[in-house]
Design a protein around this ligand. Structure first.
Ligand code: SF4
Length: 382
């Protein structure tokens, strides 16, 4: 039974220089129509692929809080009617510091959302401007205060490092500020310059100055050290939580479990098939209006692909890939399948067999991609 759902809200009030997510400028978009289409897609999907109870829901974007309070109310109320939400344990919504006013907080709280994921990226005003964000350091701290007052006790901050012009000291200050806000969870990713972004164009023109690799490594190492000292446990390469606040929804992805994906451009994994929805709004709306699924592409995941995914997703977790769990899910002994690769990576000091699992060492955390690629394309097709 599927226990997780992702819901995509593709509207943004501004476009950040690094962003390649599926999103559009909010102005003049058919937001109300989109909400109705989204609810319709949910209703149809649940009818076709039923589940008894969802345990995690994640509303991401885009910027979900670009919706007005009444639009959020309509969406969340509608979701209660079409999805089995009575037993949801973790209900997350992504929020932007400059678009999370009291009325929106009240609405999302009223409908059972119990976790906020705030897109902060950095507390440094110059860097915020350089990456095209419109919020300020003060708007972050104000948003956290408002969220606490509204009763939210599980707040995650998204941070970025390796930003143009960023020095290790800048990131250290950002980590210090995040920790000082006494939040429960931190996600921190290094900047990847993706195609079709402002940064990509600047890079091609030779106008993007990124920190040297050694600075980026130092930023990550500081993150590991400072988050640990502040009582955060690292449970995934880029994710850190106070005890009990690990993201249940994200663990669904890293455990390679299935989930519904609703909305324009959303990805889902249902009954062994991964799918992606149409990204452009007119295509998505038209498909739903015509009574079909708004699917752009589907891919039936083979047994070997499931195993490969289990390795490169599972190894992202600090607890690694459990031998027993792997055998239960995939019917093979992990050590028999990948003996050669595991031996090699152990010798290089990147992997360790420990507590009934294989997991990344501290060096492995820095070189995750080198480890993951060892498990790809080594198994024979059935
Ligand atoms: S980073 Fe977030 S707020 Fe910025 S454009 Fe992308 S989706 Fe919108």
């Amino acid at each position: 039974m599927i226990k997780a759902a992702y819901v995509h809200i593709p509207f943004c009030e501004h476009i950040c220089h690094y962003c390649d997510f599926n999103k559009v400028f909010l102005k003049n978009q058919p937001v109300d129509e989109y909400i109705q289409a989204l609810l319709e897609e949910m209703k149809r999907t649940i009818k076709e692929h039923p589940t008894t109870a969802l345990e995690t829901v994640y509303i991401g974007g885009g910027t979900p809080t670009a919706l007005s309070a009444s639009q959020l109310d309509c969406l969340l109320k509608g979701m209660k009617e079409v999805l089995p939400l009575a037993q949801v344990q973790e209900y997350t919504i992504e929020v932007n510091p400059d678009s999370i006013e009291e009325d929106k907080l009240d609405v999302i709280q009223k409908h059972g959302v119990n976790r906020l994921s705030m897109g902060v990226q950095t507390f440094n005003e110059d860097l915020l401007q350089a990456i095209g964000r419109t919020h300020s350091r003060k708007s972050i701290t104000d948003a956290i205060k408002r969220s606490r007052l509204a009763g939210f006790s599980n707040i995650s901050l998204d941070l970025m490092f390796g930003l143009p012009g960023q020095k290790p000291i800048d990131f250290i200050e950002t980590i210090q500020e995040a920790i000082a806000l006494d939040i429960e969870h931190i996600s921190a990713y290094s900047l990847k310059v993706e195609e079709k972004t402002v940064f990509y164009n600047r890079k091609r023109q030779g106008k993007l100055s990124l920190p040297p690799e050694e600075d980026e490594v130092e930023m990550y190492e500081q993150l590991l050290k400072m988050s640990k000292e502040a009582g955060f446990g690292q449970y995934e390469i880029s994710n850190f939580a106070k005890a009990g606040y690990e993201s249940k929804h994200n663990l669904v992805y890293w455990n390679n479990d299935e989930y519904y994906g609703f909305g324009a451009g959303a990805h889902g994994y249902v009954n062994g098939v991964r799918h992606q929805n149409h990204g452009p709004l007119p295509k998505y709306l038209k498909a739903v209006e015509e009574g079909t699924h708004p699917t752009l592409s589907t891919h039936k995941v083979s047994h070997i692909e499931r195993i490969e995914e289990a390795m490169f997703m599972g190894l992202r977790k600090k607890e690694g890939v459990s031998f027993a769990e792997f055998e239960r899910k995939y019917g093979h002994s992990l050590l028999e399948l990948f003996r050669e690769q595991i031996d090699l990576l152990e010798k290089r000091g990147l992997l360790v067999c420990q507590d009934g699992a294989i997991k990344l060492t501290e060096n492995g955390l820095l070189l995750g991609n080198e480890v993951f690629e060892q498990f790809i394309a080594v198994l024979e097709n059935e």
